[in-house]
Design a protein. Structure first.
Length: 431
């Protein structure tokens, strides 16, 4: 057996082991290498790469093509897909296994398992090992969007650093001024007394603003709750959050005193004081792990459990056939039993590939699963019909006989009788 075949078999075995285990995210402190120290050479190389990414029109290399705009990036991705030699002539799609063998093969012939996982995470091929053109373009577009957000975050951080540098310079000049007075044996308090006398009255006026400013500085520099492009939700820490997702805002600008945000649903732009939101619960969708989605269903009490098991298997198969959208099928369980309403409430728990940062895509995929659940319930004859509500005819008849007067002193029944009730009574008399 060749080394390539053995490495491929090892990858399949590891994939089987991961499918048996539950879905779990590694703690962020363990993911990073805390013992590595950056050298001056690494810093210089990082600076060169950063300058290249910020200024180059071909950040993905010249062989890839232009990627200065999103349209050019999509065109270059399409041309690259057609030029790759790993095409299945019969199906007209790209063979992802051949692509991995070409990119992840080491000198000894084995496949780099880490690189293979990165490629799978980036492209998310189909279960049969093929990669469609539209999926290839979407994957490259995802990298392009992350690169643009990185550029915006770097440019915004440079502005924050400039403001912080100005503060440090002012503090440094004040310390140097006091040191010079001490060198020349002058009393610093005597020189600073006029300034203090002038500043103290204004401190009562700007006391609250200064406090909010200091809280905002701590929020941005120490807490570091969000970056440019992140989707955030603000709420009271003592209130519960919505299990289906919170109302979110996009961060467009971050300063030491204020933050400019845009409401995701309506594109309304707002400016927030950093000090006013420093005590709020800030949910950062971009830094959150994969989104958990809940789909709630109702089944009649008379539905046999075997049909419910069949329904579960069909939905699980539907989810597993879409690896680009869903990471795992977490659960299918009964949530409530309502005897009066004659139904059992079930919930389907799914884990999406994306975080809540990509809310629109999550909602589209959730709607697709919900519609499929509805079609399956129709096919299996499991559609729930609510029992009819009781109607109090005595109350309705008493209302028609003694209608309540309106604002003009006339009864509602009088105006109705004059229009429709007379016509109905005439028709009945004719019959």
């Amino acid at each position: 057996m060749s080394k390539g075949a053995s490495s491929t078999g090892k990858l399949k075995q590891n994939a089987l082991l991961y499918s048996i285990l539950d879905e779990w995210e590694e703690p962020p402190e363990i993911k990073g290498n805390m013992t590595k120290t950056d050298t001056i050479e690494d810093m210089v190389r990082f600076n060169e790469i950063l300058n290249y990414l910020l200024r180059s029109e071909t950040p993905f290399s010249k062989a890839f093509g232009l990627a200065d705009t999103r349209l050019h990036c999509a065109e270059s991705s399409q041309n690259l897909y057609k030029d790759l030699p790993f095409q299945d002539v019969e199906l007209g799609v790209l063979r992802f296994d051949a692509l991995c063998n070409h990119l992840a093969k080491q000198d000894d012939g084995d496949l780099d398992e880490y690189l293979v996982r990165k490629l799978v995470k980036l492209f998310r091929p189909e279960r049969d090992g093929t990669l469609l053109l539209v999926d290839f373009i979407r994957s490259i577009d995802e990298v392009y969007k992350n690169l643009q957000l990185l550029k915006a975050s770097i440019l915004n951080s440079s502005k924050v650093d400039s403001a912080l540098e100005f503060m440090i310079h002012a503090l440094f000049c004040a310390v140097i001024f006091v040191a010079i007075l001490l060198v020349f044996q002058r009393n610093p308090l005597g020189a600073l007394t006029p300034i203090i006398t002038f500043v103290i009255p204004f401190s009562f006026v700007f006391g609250n603003a200064g406090s909010d400013w200091f809280k905002g500085v701590l929020l941005i520099l120490v807490r570091d709750a969000y970056d440019v492009g992140d989707r955030i939700a603000l709420s009271n820490p003592n209130d519960d959050t919505d299990g289906d997702g919170s109302t979110t805002w996009f961060v467009e600008y971050v300063g030491l005193y204020s933050t400019v945000v845009r409401l995701a649903g309506t594109n309304e732009v707002a400016s927030l004081c950093n000090g006013s939101i420093s005590s709020s619960r800030i949910i950062n969708a971009a830094r959150s792990p994969r989104a958990c989605v809940y789909i709630r269903l109702k089944f009649d009490l008379n539905i046999p459990y075997k049909k419910i098991e069949t329904f579960k298997e069909v939905i699980m198969k539907f989810v597993k056939e879409r690896p680009r959208e869903w990471a795992s099928f977490n659960g299918f369980r009964a949530q409530s039993v309502e005897v009066d309403s004659n139904y059992i409430g079930y919930v389907i728990v799914l884990t999406h590939r994306q975080s809540w940062q990509y809310l629109s895509q999550i909602l589209i995929d959730k709607a697709a699963v919900s519609c499929y659940c509805l079609e399956v319930t129709k096919k299996l004859g499991m559609t729930y019909t609510a029992p009819p509500m009781p109607v109090h005819l005595s109350a309705a008849s008493s209302f028609l006989q003694n209608p309540a007067p309106d604002d003009d002193g006339l009864s509602m029944g009088s105006s109705v009788k004059g229009s429709g009730f007379d016509m109905i009574s005439n028709m009945l008399n004719r019959e």
